[in-house]
Design a protein around this ligand. Sequence first.
Ligand code: MN9
Length: 309
Amino acid sequence: MPKFDLNDLKGVIPALVTPFDENERFDEGRMRTCVDFLIARGVGGLYTTGSTGETFLMSPDERARVVEVVVDQVAGRVPVVAHVGAIGTHLSVDLAQRAQAAGVDALSSVPPFYWPFTPDQVFNYYNDLTGATDLPMVVYNITLAGALGFDQIKRLTSIPGVGGIKYTAPTLFEILRIKDEISRDFKVYSGADEMAMLGLSFGADGIIGSFYNMIPEVFIALNDAVDKGDMKRAKSLQETGNAIIFFSLGYTGTAVIKRCMAWQGADAGYCRRPFDNFMTEAEEDDLKAAFHKLKQDRNITGVEFLDLI
Ligand code: MN9
């Protein structure tokens, strides 16, 4: 039995990176360090093996192993959601059952992608997948996999076990509508870090995203500010966050995140090809220098890794 349900999944939830070593192998030791680092920083939960976790660059066995290691290291301290999305139902069901056996608290999945599956096929995918375990399902609405419209989302909520959505589409007004026309109890996790403040102020229950691995303190403060209704402070924190996000997205974003975590004592390793990396000391020094300049140009304060470099 999972320890947590979706009511416990809230606040700032990193879409966890998957550390690979210099030879692109999954690095279990680094994974455990990253988990402890993020929990110590006060995150509300962890979302494994999603886009940020480079999930589609891993074999099913590797994905299952990452989930096992994370659950083992978390040891019940915060809720763990495993993303088990794959292009076919059979693969996803297998990953879901293995994630349940590992002890995750909830599952998540992108819709089946690449081929233009019909709305009925997408519905059947979630129905089969959610029926394959006792765990709650957080649908992952992401434009990269073909965004789901409101009517399709509403239909998916009729599936027993579908309890929430990670909403990574620019149509954030739908969050208000989901809460209004579907249910206040249906959980919404805002997924675009650049718009975290908007998502939260529209009633999202939490935020799940890549940059919460790297600058959790900025978004934990932003979440608190929105909770208190201090929108001026929330906006200023979002501006700080976005300066760092847009700078990082000029490179392979996940590779930047991994190095910035390393500078804070949690070496998240490297990305798998075809993503690229900052492998040499010279490349890392250049990245540090560029961040140093960003900090000065934008007069950024209160960001842990920028204060360390
Ligand atoms: O939803 C992430 N999206 C992707 C999760 O990985 C495609 C986000 O956290 C973005 O990485 C972030 C930066 O664009 O908002």
